[in-house]
Design a protein around this ligand. Structure first.
Ligand code: HXC
Length: 515
């Protein structure tokens, strides 16, 4: 065959493969607001940067008449491209082809691109839209998932792994995302569950809709499986690009530097964010925005365990991670979910060389039977572990309350913060003045002529003595008491001089965190 003929043959083959599951299946996708797998990849990557591989891979299954079926690309599209001119590896499952179900060759395409990502040290983005293990392929589908999970684990802490859930994802299709660093969901489109409503009805007799069982809101708000929630696919893709701008390409690099910008000080006046009354809440995100370049803050897991705020910002053009108690929600306490949320984020930042700024304002760990029985001891310990283990620059600023275990856990000097600063509004004590006075002055209060007056007097006495940063500063547990307006300057300096921080690796394989 002459080259011209061979080129025509190639084009015909490509045309067939590019049809996906055909126009009817594509129309069904579009009717529910979904893009096709290829459109999704093109929308995430820089224009004209996508290079597809393994377009001609076909399944090799024989049972259940599979040998008579042609599944273009075996239901998954893989390749490389760029985001902000930086390379990434990417794959997208094509629901129009056998429901994006994962057979052996489908899995091989995914594991091949994952292996590339690990070798090339670039992020891997997986767009999941799949009914899980391809039932007709039996144990080979399970083997395929096992190979993916193994690679997810191997890649963890080496390259960023981003999962985008853009369809009904069941079984193995949700366990791979659960092993990755960031999971993106879209309202009405994303569904995640181990077993769907049908199985639940058969096995347990319980009825529930797909949306209520594992819709986007459920995972963004309740389970914490999702890190970013969007109203549309386009918004989701914009979020992915924003995240990518903040995180390093691999664990040996720093994140991209951006031009330095001042915070929007008119919108976020740092002097007036914290209310005069120490028990009045405020939004700690305003403090972050008052400090950060251009007041830009990318919040992670915004809707889950909102009593702690985590996310990325820039100071002088460089990425920093913020971990901050949120006085607006449950007074910013640490509980089971907020501990999990913070600990995982701290470990991610530590793996990827992102310095951590911790903003403290909390009354401590949340007391209660529910919390105790839900394992607040084990979950809360994760925060202690994650901060103690982290060797990236760790800067702590105590804004207001730092009581009890909360003081220690929120990156105190004792867990090896590099610098701990406090505003004059900081109160560092074993507990709040009211609780403390009721315990240590119980007898005086009970026997006083006017117990209420005596309680007030003792509360004031305790507050004057301990509810300030100076006792801790006298022991050197706080390095500097600073005025709010100095915060940005002080943080930038602390981060700049910590830039080359190194700590010797310990002589052990790995620790055993309280998972
Ligand atoms: C083979 C599958 C499939 C699967 C879907 N399809 N899931 N084919 N194996 N797992 C096919 C359907 O037969 C159908 O083919 C097409 O995909 C579209 O599916 P529909 O059911 O029409 O779509 P929809 O109504 O939107 O429902 C989507 C769904 C549902 C919720 C995902 O298909 C479903 O419940 N699938 C099974 C989910 C599941 O239990 N998977 C196994 C998980 S076990 P046609 O030809 O009709 O278009 C697992 C093991 C690993 O993954 C565990 C690791 C820990």
């Amino acid at each position: 065959m002459a080259l011209k003929q061979k080129t025509i043959d190639l084009k015909m083959r490509m045309k067939d493969a590019l049809k996906g599951g055909g126009s009817k299946a594509i129309e069904k996708q579009k009717a529910i607001g979904k893009l096709t797998a290829r459109e999704r990849i093109l929308a995430i990557l820089d224009p004209k940067s996508f290079h597809e591989y393994d377009l001609f891979v076909e399944h090799a299954a024989k049972d259940f008449d599979m040998d008579k079926k042609y599944l273009p690309g075996d239901g998954v599209i893989t390749g490389t491209g760029t985001i902000m001119s930086k390379p990434v590896c990417i794959y997208a499952q094509d629901f129009t082809v056998a429901g994006g179900s994962l057979g052996w060759m489908h899995a091989k395409k995914i594991t091949k691109i994952m292996d590339h990502a690990m070798k090339l040290k670039v992020p891997i983005i997986g767009i999941n839209d799949s009914g899980g293990a391809r039932i007709q392929e039996g144990v080979n589908s399970l083997a395929g998932y096992g190979e993916i999970f193994y690679r997810n684990t191997k890649a963890s802490g080496m390259i960023p792994q981003i999962s985008v859930i853009l369809g009904p994802c069941a079984g193995g299709a949700v366990y791979s995302p659960a092993l990755t660093d960031f999971v993106f969901v879209v309202d009405n489109i994303s569904k995640m569950f181990i077993t769907g409503p049908e199985v639940i009805k058969t096995v347990l007799g319980e009825e529930i809709s797909m949306e209520k069982l594992g819709g986007a809101k459920v995972h963004a708000e309740t389970t914490g499986n999702a890190h970013f929630y969007a109203e549309s696919e386009q918004e989701c893709f914009d979020q992915i690009k924003q995240l990518i701008s903040f995180i390093p390409w691999n664990n040996k690099r720093k994140a991209m530097s951006f031009p330095k910008k001042q915070p929007k000080s008119k919108a976020y006046n740092i002097e007036s964010i914290i209310p005069t009354d120490p028990s009045t809440p405020y939004d700690v995100r305003d403090v972050i925005k008052a400090i950060s370049d251009d007041s830009e803050f990318l919040e992670v897991q915004e809707l889950f365990a909102a009593n702690i705020v985590i996310g990325y910002a820039r100071l002088q053009g460089e990425t920093v991670a913020f971990v901050a108690n949120q006085p607006l929600v449950l007074a910013g306490v640490l509980d089971v979910d907020s501990s999990d949320k913070a600990a995982r984020f701290i470990r991610y930042c530590d793996s990827f060389n992102i310095p951590i700024v911790t903003l403290v304002d909390l009354p401590g760990y949340l007391p209660g039977i529910d919390q105790e029985h839900a394992g607040v001891i084990r979950h809360g310990a994760k925060v202690l572990y994650a901060y103690s283990e982290a060797t990236v620059p760790k800067i702590t600023l105590i804004l207001r309350k730092a009581y009890g275990g909360g003081y220690i856990a929120m990156c105190s000097h004792h867990l090896r913060a590099d610098f701990v600063m406090a505003w004059p509004t900081a109160e560092i004590a074993v507990m709040g003045p009211e609780g403390a006075a009721n315990i240590i002055f119980r007898k005086e209060i009970a026997t006083a002529e006017n117990p209420d007056e005596m309680r007030k007097q003792k509360v004031d006495e305790y507050r004057t003595k301990f509810a300030n940063p100076y006792v801790a500063a006298a022991y050197g547990y706080i390095d500097a008491v600073i005025e709010p307006f100095e915060t940005r300057k002080k943080l930038i300096h602390a981060l700049e001089i910590s830039a080359n921080k190194t700590e010797e690796a310990l002589d052990k394989k790995h620790g055993v965190p309280p998972f």
